[in-house]
Design a protein around this ligand. Sequence first.
Ligand code: IMP
Length: 205
Amino acid sequence: MERVTIVFATGNVDKMREIRSILGDVDAEILSMKEAEILADIAEDGASFEENAMIKAKAVAGLLHRTDAIVLADDSGLEIDYLNGEPGIYSARYLGEHTSYEVKNAELLKRLLGVPEEKRTARFVCAAAAVLPSGETFVKRGTIEGYIGEKPAGAHGFGYDPIFYLKESRCSTAELTEEQKNAISHRGKALRAVKEELFKRDKGV
Ligand code: IMP
């Protein structure tokens, strides 16, 4: 069987690095949108992580110049319970897409000022969608539970990692190595579930 190609529908280089590592054991060529020569600004106007992931995967599948590739896309974000699930599906756009995460994280910490630890619960959510060459589709969800710390910590990861803390270790996900984070993260869980589903359907990966 020929080696499968997977096109991952994201323009986010930090996410792409994690994705390559999580899918590292898959016998497939993994291309970013850029590497697949797809330039598209896809409107993520779904009402859930799952809907947005599927919108991205289907849009990229429709733009591909080939019909033999598996297209994957993820949509992810941070849900803070005290803020009624904000920033949620708007995580990338929170306070504006081009606002730095230093500013976004500082604002979230400010909104939680004085809130006790037991009320600072939060989770990262990732929905990973697949569009197969046959046209079949499926979505898998992964989550990681934690809480919003009192100050940013750590220099690894990206986005909201410096303020997202794990209960057991009391460290932020930005203090983990990439390998440690991928082993427990929302994205790691969702993509491993996608891998399992592809194996089950015998898609040659
Ligand atoms: P997406 O590209 O629409 O999925 O945007 C996801 C956004 O959620 C990112 O830009 C980050 O703000 C946030 N996010 C998702 N996953 C993570 C993570 O693993 N660490 C930190 N922030 C994350």
